[in-house]
Design a protein around this ligand. Structure first.
Ligand code: FAD
Length: 428
């Protein structure tokens, strides 16, 4: 059937973009679809000063195809920026520059189709059918990369409005915070970046700033060498073979390997607050409250926040005019797969169960594959939701899709032995 694609990608975030970039030039019929009018990477949270938490070498292609024309280095050279980039000696690339790199690649790939939201996917005999408005796209295999959704605590859900919103929307909402009492909820990287921008009066000079985090302190992202071993293919392979309970526990234990504030951001913030208190002589604007969890939110003229203090075990109340939720993202079952949901294999928590090749098990033909990206935190480990192993995962998917080792996915690993020989033999 000539009009049936070999692979249809749903969602064009960085993860499917990486697959599209690595498939560019390979003779197979593929097409990727996204509801947005053009590529963008979390555009409403592209704050001034926000930087990448990952090495720029872990781009769309380099870890598995260092000579591929869609690399970050190729972008720098094409933009006549290579020497200046090196001279700038940046510890971390800005998110703005990496987003521009992604967009540059997206503009060069003929396999991408924007303004094409997939509302449903059904299976007919030997192929999937993607519904995009009136358009029906047939594909033997699909790769679903529709991302995660903003997490909104239950007590905030009834209050979502121009005065209470998730940080991922701040660019779209452009709040006027002049003279307002603002509460920021959440002590991760986004919370820190929002607070820094509030102190810089990005949305006007607020009157008071309250920053709550249930974490015991502002905790740094652990980017040290041995922790970075969790972000190697070898660790992922070892992790994948562990019993489910142990994987759950490890993901919780390794939280700060993927979810903390960059040490540079913490230093910047501390220096900013020091200057404000001791040198500028300005009144303290920010009240920083660790160990505090927002338990209830009510609204009269303003918001009343009921907060639990985990250190002392008591509750207190605070008032604010605007609430900014920096409460992260949560896994979302892709809405476009609802029609297939009953047919997918799920784990004890109802999450799709992925195999080593990132396929979800299902009751349809084995040669019609459903690849799920950004859905394997509990099957593949903490690296799954980061850019770190994106190119390697794409190569695993492509090798499986093509049925041949097109990319060498044996990385040589890190310095730690994650598998004992006995386990390796048992698995082989
Ligand atoms: C602000 C922010 C900063 C981050 N910074 C880093 C970092 O520095 N380093 C790191 O390793 N990780 C980072 N991450 C984590 C992760 O790398 C990103 O979230 C990344 O964008 C995930 O890519 P994705 O392709 O899974 O999803 P997304 O980027 O969320 O893209 C999903 C795409 O799917 C489309 N879509 C959804 N449903 C449909 C549908 N039905 N039909 C068609 N299209 C659809 C959406 O329009 C969207 O374009 C960051 C995350 C955030 C939120």
């Amino acid at each position: 059937m000539t009009d049936t694609l070999h692979l249809a990608g749903i969602g064009i975030g960085p993860f499917n973009l990486s697959i599209a970039a690595l498939l560019d030039g390979i003779n197979t019929s593929v097409r990727f679809f996204d509801s947005k009018p053009e590529f963008s990477w979390h555009p409403d949270l592209l704050l001034p000063g926000a930087s990448l938490q990952t090495s720029f070498l872990k781009d769309l292609v380099t870890p598995v195809a260092p000579t591929n024309p869609h690399s970050f280095l190729a972008y720098l050279v094409a933009h006549k920026r290579f020497y200046a980039f090196l001279n700038a000696e940046q510890r971390a690339v800005s998110r703005q520059e990496f987003a521009d790199y992604f967009s540059w690649v997206a503009r060069r790939l003929p396999s991408l189709q924007f303004a094409s939201g997939v509302s449903d996917v059904v299976f007919e005999r030997d192929h999937f059918v993607l519904c995009i408005g009136e358009q029906k796209i047939k594909a033997r295999n699909i790769s679903v990369g529709t991302g995660r959704r903003p997490h909104v605590p239950a007590c905030c859900q009834p209050h979502i409005s121009a005065e209470c919103f998730h940080a991922l929307e701040i660019g779209r909402r452009q709040p006027d915070l002049r003279g307002k009492r603002v509460a920021v909820i959440g002590g991760g990287q986004t919370g820190a970046e929002i607070v820094l921008n509030l102190l810089d009066q990005q949305w006007g000079r607020c009157e008071q700033l309250l920053w709550l985090t249930r974490r015991p302190n502002l905790q740094p992202l652990d980017e040290t060498p041995f922790t970075n071993e969790f972000f190697t293919p070898e660790y992922v392979s070892a992790f994948q073979q562990l019993p489910w309970q142990r994987r759950q526990r490890l993901v919780a234990e390794q939280k700060l390997a993927s979810d903390g504030v960059s040490p540079q951001t913490l230093t910047q913030l501390y220096q900013r607050l020091y200057r404000q208190r001791y040198l500028d002589g300005s009144a303290d604007l920010l009240q920083l409250l660790p160990n505090r969890e927002l338990m209830a939110l009510s609204r009269d003229q303003d918001f009343v926040l009921t907060v639990h203090d985990a250190l002392h075990g008591d509750h207190s109340q605070y008032r604010a005019d605007v609430i900014i939720l920096c409460t992260g993202l949560s896994d979302a079952f892709p809405a476009c797969l609802q029609s297939l949901r009953e047919r997918l294999e799920c784990d004890e928590q109802g999450r799709p169960r992925l195999d080593a090749q990132f396929r979800v098990g299902w009751d349809g033909p084995r040669h019609n594959r459903i690849y799920l990206l950004n859905a394997g935190r509990y099957s593949h480990g903490v690296a799954e939701q980061q850019l770190s192993l994106m190119a390697w995962r794409s190569a695993c998917v492509i090798n499986d899709l093509l049925g041949e080792p097109r990319f060498d996915i044996r990385s040589g690993g890190g310095l730690l032995d994650w598998q004992t020989p006995a386990v390796t033999e048992a698995v082989a």
